[in-house]
Design a protein around this ligand. Structure first.
Ligand code: NAD
Length: 267
């Protein structure tokens, strides 16, 4: 079993969905959790309590709108004051679909800011600290859309391809830090396919509407188009992979983009 006691993990967007599921896995292994996201007080508190119940010796909520670089600076400085992050999961993300010609410029800017630039700003602050400690894990939650395209997703696909490229550069720059004993510093992407969270709801609802309002039929239709397993992933399955990447045994796994996509990108 991976033991993360003594380690601190910052998981962006960890008040719900994939981020909360990853944070729960890391908490279960004994990590302190810096919980983060856009959330009201009750939601933030519920997430924090759930993570303590999952095993985190401490969990504290940190605010910060990742579309605003100065709020990212404040977030990273607050986390540094809390002891700094040994593990960073850049998970927060947003998605809007529209044909390229109709995509509002502000949607492009917002998706690039949250899904790509925020990871750059956070890694700039976090990686030197990890290098000094000889241990660090950056896990960037990209997407199958960091590996292949779909129509109507220009900014999302651009941001996720960018995140995969950015992660490779960071992996190379920090590959020789630390040792097998300290665990080294690695940077990887996880690339989920369809996973059951709030972010896919607008697409599920639109497809369900085309299928006479049948939600299950809508999901089945979306899956049959792209995801050969025809099964949604559960967020906890992304969490289990993130936990494995944090283990010392994964010290030489860096610069990868690992799909969890039921065969989508094998086609
Ligand atoms: P979600 O909508 O449930 O969670 C998104 C999280 O991001 C929330 O916690 C939210 O608070 C946070 N967030 C959004 N905008 C923010 C901002 N400006 N500042 C700070 N936090 C912000 O969706 P999810 O599915 O859990 O998404 C998590 C990640 O997984 C995203 O990067 C998404 O692109 C990626 N992903 C999801 C799927 C899927 O099918 N669910 C597939 C591939 C990739």
């Amino acid at each position: 079993m991976t033991d993360l006691s003594g380690k601190t993990a910052l998981v962006t967007g960890s008040v719900q969905g994939i981020g909360l599921a990853i944070a729960k896995e890391l908490a279960g292994a004994g990590a302190r959790i810096a919980v983060h996201g856009i959330a009201d007080e009750a939601t933030a508190q519920a997430a924090t309590e759930a993570l303590q119940e999952a095993g985190a010796p401490e969990a504290r909520f940190f605010a910060g709108d990742l579309s605003q670089p100065e709020e990212i600076d404040a977030l990273m400085s607050a986390v540094a004051d809390w002891g700094g992050a040994d593990i960073v999961v850049n998970n927060a993300g947003i998605q809007k679909t529209a044909p390229l010609a109709e995509m509002p410029r502000e949607t492009w800017d917002a998706i690039l800011a949250v899904n790509l630039s925020a990871a750059f700003h956070i890694m700039q602050a976090a990686l030197p600290v990890m290098a000094a400690r000889g241990f660090g894990r950056v896990i960037n939650i990209a997407s199958v859309h960091g590996l292949v395209a779909s129509k109507d997703k220009a900014p999302y696909v651009a941001a996720k391809f960018g995140l995969v490229g950015l992660s490779r550069v960071a992996a190379l720059e920090y590959a020789d830090q630390g040792s097998r004993d300290t665990g080294g510093v690695t940077v990887n992407c996880i690339c989920p396919g369809w996973t059951e969270t709030a972010i896919i709801e607008p697409q599920v609802a639109a497809r369900a509407a085309q299928m006479g309002g049948d939600r299950e039929a809508g999901i089945a239709d979306l899956l049959s188009e792209k995801q050969p397993s025809k099964r949604l992933s559960d967020p906890s399955e992304i969490g289990a992979l993130a936990l494995w990447l944090c283990a010392p045994v994964a010290h030489n796994v860096t610069g990868t983009a690992i799909p969890v996509d039921g065969g989508w990108t094998a086609q």
